[in-house]
Every structure is written in structure tokens, then in C-alpha cells.
Write a protein that binds this ligand. Structure first.
Ligand SMILES: Cc1cc2nc3c(=O)[nH]c(=O)nc-3n(C[C@H](O)[C@H](O)[C@H](O)COP(=O)(O)OP(=O)(O)OC[C@H]3O[C@@H](n4cnc5c(N)ncnc54)[C@H](O)[C@@H]3O)c2cc1C
Length: 374
């Protein structure tokens, strides 16, 4: 039964909203309500790779948040019965100009869980790396992959089991300093956190417009290999060096930029880099592309984008024949900063991860927000 008064009301049942609930519960806060406009979380939190990325994030806060969020995810795998599909990341250097960038990267990443592998060492990790062209690459043991479409509902179920209320299928249309208004009711709160994700034209619209937060649309695919394969961990390659901020200011990157701009013009124009992760059934989730707008995305998906992703995938992991079994798009907010916590007053905050790493950093970001709130 939904009450008319709560200590803490949270708008949005994505990873950020549920992270706020979890952090507040750990601090002993009672009477917490999460409201979502849909029948379940259907946003970015279930559409992503489920890849908790640590390598290549901006130092130091974002990597710190990613490591902390990874630990929260691992704790939840036990409490909410979530399966870890694989651990670790292999970032393959398919252009020789990527190797100096990776060497320089190791000097700025303080972890001792990330190292450079030669071509020979890479081949010894998995037979998949014998079949492709590579000059070696990075190997990090910290990353974790979970299946988001299963993990996010499992987290919601766990939160319910520890006494957090959920109100599904109601949109929060407005709020004052004491209550929120949905299409059906008014609910009083002491504290309010709004975590609307990519819903940029609803609550907090003015803030998102002022901060020039855009929507980024990504193409994603799931394929089933004809021949059974087992990924040794999550896979990325050179194009990731063009997108992740951890690599952006490294001296050797200028040389790599020149090569990639010449050889991968179409991929760069469509914001493509390759991430590959594996599910329990052996299928591979592959992506992604990036297209940006401050309005509504052009609704018609061009097949060229998917073909570019698949062609790049074939170069990164030549696994033979496969069937494409699913295609989808996902959207996340994208701003100048990696995150946005906008305090309307000391009890009300709009909390959003404004780059594509909310699955990796969202839980720790939520903890930081709750630490300011209480
Ligand atoms: C295709 C794709 C791949 C990605 N891959 C990765 C990855 O591998 N690793 C990584 O770290 N990150 C990844 N990300 C980013 C990550 O998924 C997001 O940063 C994160 O899920 C954002 O979580 P959120 O809770 O802010 O938003 P969401 O998951 O979008 O949740 C927001 C919720 O708020 C609800 N809502 C909004 N407004 C209202 C309202 N007024 N009333 C009621 N409910 C409302 C929505 O219905 C929604 O359920 C990816 C994103 C996409 C799209």
C-alpha cells in the first residue's frame, strides 16, 4: 500500500534512483518510496552492456566511483541473486600506434590490476586472440559483467524485500518544497531526489537546457555465434581510445588520432566503438554508436550504422558465422561534466549521470548524493 507521506521520495527506478534508495537504507533512513512512470525500469539501465567499466574513465573521482560501484554490484549479486557473466577487460590494440597510448595510460592509472600484454601474452589468454590482428593490448582484472535486463529487476525485488516501496506506472508531473504530484495523487516528502535519466523534457527540463545536456542515442545488437565460444572477459579495441576520457590527453594519442581519422572515418562520424560482452546463453551483446540531439532523435534507424558496428566486430573478434538475434537503441543524457547533481534546496536534488557510464558509477554517485542529503 502506498502511503501519503514519506521521508524520502525518489523519482526514477533506474540504477541511480535505486542506488539512492540503497544508500539511504544503509544509513538507516525509513519510509522510502521510488516512483517510475513505467511498469518496470525500461530506460538506459536495462539497455546497456551491463559492463562495469573501470579502465579508461576520467581520474580520479570517476574511477573511484566505478570501483566503489563495482563492489556494491558484487555485494548485490549475493543479496539479489545476480549472476556475474565474466570478469576483466581486454582492450586490443589493432593499430600499432595504440600501444604507446596504452603504455602512457598505465602511468596515469594508479591500479596494479591493469597491465600491458604483448601479442604473445594476449594469445595465451584466449584462442580468440590468435585469430585476429593485434599488437597486444591492455588487460584489467577489475571489470565485471552482469545481464542488465535481469539484474535491474532483481535489484528492484531486493529493495522491495528490505522494505522500500515502489509506485509503478505513475509519472511525477510536478513538485513543490513538500510534495510531488502524479496523475493520480499527491505525496508528501521530507527529501526528494529526482533521477529521471534521459527524460530530459520532463522534471528538471530548465536545468538540463541551461547545462546543455543532450540525449545520446546508441545502436546495440545481440548475436548468437554458430560455433560455441567463451569470452575471457569484456572486449574493447582501438576505437575506445577515441571515446573514453582517460586516454584523451596522452601524448601519443595525437599520432593515433591521425591514423584512425584516416582509416575509420565512417565509424568516427557515427560515434562507433566496439564493446563485446557475453551472456549466460553464449550470446554476445555488441555495440555501439553515438548520435546526439537536444530535441527528439530522428526515429528511423539506418542499417549502415549496424553494419559498421558488425564489420568492426568481425575485425576485433573473427568468430565465424552468427545470427543477429536482437537489435535495440538506448539513450542516455550527455553533458559537459560526467554527472550532474543540481540542488534546488538542501532537501531536493536532480541527480543524473551525464555520460555513458552510469551502470559503472551510478551506485557510488548515488551514495555521494545521499551523503550530502543526510
Ligand atoms: C545502449 C547503452 C549502453 C550503455 N552501456 C553502459 C555500460 O556498459 N556501462 C556503463 O557504465 N554505462 C552504460 N550506459 C549508461 C547507463 O546505462 C546509464 O548511465 C544509466 O543506466 C543511467 O541510469 P539512470 O537511473 O540515471 O537512468 P534510467 O535507467 O534511464 O532510469 C530513469 C528512470 O526514471 C523514470 N522517470 C523519468 N522521469 C520520470 C517522471 N517524471 N516520473 C516517474 N518516472 C520518471 C524513467 O521511466 C526511468 O525508468 C549505457 C547506456 C546505454 C543507453
Amino acid at each position: 500500500m502506498i502511503n501519503t507521506k514519506y521521508e524520502l521520495v525518489i523519482v526514477g527506478a533506474g540504477v541511480v534512483g535505486m542506488g539512492v534508495a540503497l544508500a539511504a537504507h544503509k544509513k538507516g533512513v525509513k519510509k522510502i518510496l521510488i516512483i517510475d512512470r513505467h511498469q518496470a525500469c525500461t530506460g538506459a539501465s536495462i539497455r546497456n552492456f551491463g559492463f562495469i567499466t573501470i579502465t579508461g574513465l576520467r581520474q580520479k573521482l570517476m574511477q573511484k566511483r566505478a570501483l566503489r560501484s563495482r563492489d556494491i554490484w558484487l555485494d548485490l549479486t549475493k543479496k539479489a541473486k545476480i549472476t556475474v557473466n565474466h570478469r576483466g577487460l581486454y582492450l586490443l590494440a589493432q593499430y600499432k600506434e595504440s600501444m604507446p597510448v596504452l603504455e602512457e595510460y598505465l602511468k596515469v592509472d594508479p591500479r596494479n590490476t591493469v597491465r600491458l600484454l604483448s601479442k604473445k601474452e594476449m594469445a595465451s589468454q584466449s584462442s580468440l586472440f590468435k585469430q585476429n590482428r593485434n599488437f597486444g593490448g591492455l588487460y584489467s582484472t577489475d571489470e565485471v559483467r552482469i545481464e542488465p535486463r535481469l539484474a535491474i529487476p532483481a535489484v528492484a525485488k531486493y529493495l522491495q524485500s528490505i522494505g522500500i516501496d515502489f509506485l509503478w506506472k505513475e509519472e511525477v508531473l510536478d513538485f513543490s518544497h513538500q510534495h510531488i504530484v502524479t496523475q493520480k495523487r499527491k505525496i508528501q516528502f521530507k527529501k526528494l531526489i529526482m533521477a529521471p535519466g534521459n527524460h530530459l523534457k520532463g522534471l528538471g527540463r530548465d536545468v538540463f537546457e541551461k547545462r546543455k545536456v543532450e540525449s545520446s542515442k546508441l545502436h546495440m545488437l545481440r548475436i548468437m555465434p554458430k560455433k560455441k565460444i567463451k569470452l575471457p572477459g569484456g572486449i574493447m579495441a582501438d576505437l575506445t581510445l577515441m571515446r573514453y576520457p582517460g586516454y584523451e590527453n596522452l601524448p601519443s594519442k595525437k599520432k593515433l588520432d591521425k591514423v584512425i581519422k584516416k582509416k575509420c572515418r565512417a565509424e568516427l562520424d557515427n560515434g562507433i566503438h566496439v564493446i563485446v560482452v557475453q551472456g549466460k546463453d553464449g550470446s554476445l551483446t555488441i555495440g555501439d554508436s553515438h548520435h546526439y540531439t537536444n530535441d527528439t532523435h530522428y526515429p528511423f534507424e539506418n542499417e549502415i550504422v549496424d553494419n559498421l558496428i558488425l564489420n568492426k566486430f568481425d575485425q576485433v573478434l573473427p568468430i565465424g558465422k552468427y545470427d543477429v538475434i536482437e537489435r535495440w537503441v538506448g539513450e542516455y543524457p550527455s553533458g559537459k561534466k560526467d554527472y550532474l547533481d543540481y540542488w534546488i534546496d538542501k532537501n531536493i536534488c536532480i541527480a543524473n549521470v551525464t555520460t555513458g557510464i552510469g551502470m559503472s558509477t551510478g551506485f557510488a554517485f548515488a551514495e555521494d548524493v545521499v551523503n550530502k542529503l543526510y
